[in-house]
Design a protein around this ligand. Structure first.
Ligand code: NAD
Length: 490
């Protein structure tokens, strides 16, 4: 990394509680790294249970004032904050931080900042239009509903899209009048902490937004189980999601769980194969496959299988892997441990009879000798029951399978424990519609993958979780309905 870039990053980042930087009660800290170079970027305060108590108190104290602001006030705040995020200096700064902290290509990190600003615009625009109803019980009774903020909301975020996924739930929560405590992943706390100071500079009252960097096993558990928290929004793995739900259940607190995936991308013989091929590359290898809805199972109809797979593999071999700051097609994985885990899956795939058509190793390019790089990897020839077809790998490892009929495509698509997304490429509208009906997933992309916007609700079924983030639907997570019945005496 260029020394000048590293110099700009503060050497130590405290927690953020009650509108200012705060030292953790135990003066503990942990290092944060650049996955493209393995260099330490800085140290970050390690929050513990006692710091959770302080953050919950700050968020609870700030709640009445923030919830009482007119919706139009919160709308204007969100619009103003979106404009701030889009100021070139701020966009550049956040994008660079995210790129250095995750290893993702700089242009993708920039897109994450822009999408966060768009979320502020969307929910700012929505908050004074999220109407209650009137219910016609009788002429003597006026029954109406109002949406009230749910209270102190906890947001536990993963490391793959640290800014975008944390703020996917935080923006509607703030817009609806709630206060927020964010626990970023220990690998990627930097943009969360920078957003705290940006929100404060924009005028967000103290205590409305708090950040507790640290580890899941202490601060994450304590936050999910704190009796002062009124909703937990969790994005991460299935196993952790279950643990979070158990913690929240102790206080009968609702949770939204955005968990893992094992998405199929189905290519029918009648599809526009050029477009389908480019779509499959992006659907699989964006963010080095560290995407919950990465299309990790490519199902190709047998009539076109050989030709399509040959072209696909040639295209995979042209994917340029390199440090995020150089804007490659694909950056490194998040950490040494995670790369080890993904490489173990590659070994398992070979043991299970899979044939590697491309990749499978650390790239030989000199720019990839430091950093947690891995080649984009394509498997074929394994059984659909193999672990690499059934389990979420969360890295650049794709399995290709053959199918003959729509029935078989549906059977294979549904044959994993997950149900987050699915993609279908066909020019036959009947077939497309049948896939949309019969595939069990929260999102179906037809002749596209991952198109959509903050306006489109997103979430899973089966082991991919429940509840929906994004869209108007997300406002339901962060509000509760109060029904008022008023007897009219004439
Ligand atoms: P993870 O489950 O290990 O961690 C997620 C967050 O939970 C982190 O902040 C972590 O510190 C915290 N945590 C860990 N243990 C905890 C506990 N016991 N109690 C409370 N919090 C705890 O997931 P990850 O490795 O950061 O992310 C990868 C996973 O996230 C993959 O499974 C991926 O599919 C999933 N994911 C899902 C979506 C979605 O929208 N559905 C999006 C991105 C990632």
């Amino acid at each position: 990394m260029e020394p000048s870039l590293q110099r700009d990053i503060p050497a130590y980042w405290p927690m953020w509680i009650g509108g200012r930087e705060a030292a953790p009660e135990q003066d503990d800290r942990f290092p944060v790294f650049n996955p493209s170079t393995e260099e330490q970027l800085c140290e970050v305060a390690r929050a513990r249970e006692s710091d959770v108590v302080a953050a919950v108190q700050a968020a609870a104290s700030a709640l009445p004032g923030w919830a009482a602001k007119p919706a139009a006030f919160r709308r204007e705040f969100m619009f103003d904050f979106a404009r701030r995020l889009l100021q070139p200096a701020i966009t550049d700064e956040l994008a660079l931080l995210e790129c250095l902290n995750t290893g993702k290509p700089l242009k993708e990190a920039r897109d994450d900042v822009v999408k966060t600003a768009v979320a502020c615009e969307f929910y700012g625009g929505l908050v004074d239009k999220f109407f209650g109803t009137t219910i016609p019980i009788s002429p003597e009774v006026l029954n109406y509903t109002v949406h009230e903020p749910i209270g102190v909301t906890a947001h536990i975020a993963p490391w793959n899209y640290p800014l975008r996924l944390a703020f996917r739930s935080i923006v509607p929560a703030l817009a609806a009048g709630n206060t927020v405590i964010l626990k970023p992943a220990k690998e990627t706390p930097l943009t969360a902490l920078r957003m705290a100071s940006l929100l404060a500079e924009a005028g967000l009252p103290a205590g409305v937004f708090n950040v507790l960097p640290g580890f899941g096993a202490d601060v994450g558990v304590a936050l999910a189980g704190n009796a002062g928290v009124n909703h937990v929004s969790f994005t991460g793995s299935f196993e952790t999601g279950v643990a979070v739900m158990q913690q929240a259940a102790r206080n009968a607190v609702p949770v939204t769980l955005e968990l893992g995936g094992k998405a199929p991308l189905i290519i029918f013989a009648d599809a526009n194969l050029d477009l389908a091929l480019e779509c499959a590359i992006k659907a699989m290898f964006t963010n080095a496959g560290q995407v919950c809805f990465a299309a990790t199972r490519l199902l190709v109809q047998d009539k076109i299988y050989d030709g399509f797979v040959q072209r696909f593999v040639e295209r995979v071999k042209r994917i340029h892997v390199g440090p995020g700051i150089e804007n490659p097609d694909m950056g490194p994985l998040i950490s040494h441990q995670h790369r080890q885990r993904v490489m173990q899956y590659i070994a398992v795939g070979e043991d299970e009879g899979g044939e590697i058509l491309s990749g499978g190793r650390v790239p030989s390019d000199p720019s990839c000798q430091r950093g947690f790089f891995l080649e984009p990897t394509v498997f074929a020839g394994m059984s659909h029951q193999s672990r690499i077809c059934q389990e979420e790998i969360f890295g650049p490892v794709l399995t290709i399978l053959r199918f003959s009929s729509p029935d078989e495509a549906i059977r294979l698509a549904n044959d994993t424990p997950y149900g987050l997304t699915a993609g279908v490429w066909t020019t036959n509208v009947d077939c497309a519609h049948r896939m949309a009906v019969e595939i069990k997933a929260g999102q179906i992309f037809i002749n596209d993958y991952a198109g959509g916007s903050v306006a489109s609700p997103f979430g899973g079924c089966k082991r991919s979780g429940f509840g929906r983030e994004r869209g108007v639907e997300a406002m339901q997570n962060y509000t509760q309905v109060k029904s008022v019945l008023l007897r009219i005496r004439s």
